[in-house]
Design a protein. Structure first.
Length: 194
């Protein structure tokens, strides 16, 4: 019989002391780091270099477009930026800030509109609850409301009976017009007898 597994557990982030477990963990995970880096380069168009030294002192690397190109550019970055580059960066930041401020203003206006709409809907809902108190559960009604409900129910019952009698009488009248030759026994004594 197979023992039940413990399922996926969250691994505590601390150094693994067992050398075998350490090597297994590294071999399983280092390719995942490179895969994620490759996805980021493809999706976002970034250039990146990753260099990893394994526990056995082997070197693993990933670079897009190449590790050497990224390292060379990184080492040459100590040059002071030109005035033109600074102007472009500042212009980009200002433009982006203005766009974000416009979006924020728009979203805040939408939020205010939604709050007003929500308040109006709450007011309407409360007014309807108060005007249709008989729709609320009976246990929530007071004595006066229960008395009103009783009177209204009796009126409804009487109106329903009256309406049903009118419908039956109209149907009987229609039958006597359609079937004038039927005997009085079939219509309960109503209509001509033969």
């Amino acid at each position: 019989m197979r023992q039940p597994s413990k399922g996926r557990k969250k691994i505590e982030m601390k150094r693994i002391n067992n050398i075998t477990s350490l090597l297994v963990a590294f071999s399983k995970r280092h390719s995942g780091v490179f895969k994620k880096a490759s996805e980021m380069c493809t999706l976002c168009g970034v250039e990146m270099a990753i260099i990893v030294f394994s526990p056995t002192k082997k070197v693993f690397s990933f670079g897009h477009p190449s590790v050497q190109m990224i390292i060379d550019r990184f080492l040459k970055q100590n040059l002071p930026p030109s005035a033109r580059t600074s102007q472009l960066v500042q212009h980009y930041r200002n433009t982006k800030t203005q766009e974000l401020n416009a979006q924020l203003t728009n979203l805040l206006a939408q939020l205010e509109d939604e709050k007003k709409t929500s308040e109006e809907l709450n007011t309407i809902r409360k007014a309807r609850q108060e005007s249709f108190w008989w729709d609320s559960p009976i246990k929530n009604l007071g004595v006066e409301q229960l008395e009103k409900l009783k009177v209204m129910m009796l009126d409804l019952k009487n109106n329903s009976i009256n309406q049903a009698e009118k419908i039956v009488m109209a149907e009987v009248a229609n039958l006597t017009e359609v079937l004038p030759m039927c005997g009085s026994t079939w219509l309960g004594g109503i209509g001509p007898s033969v």
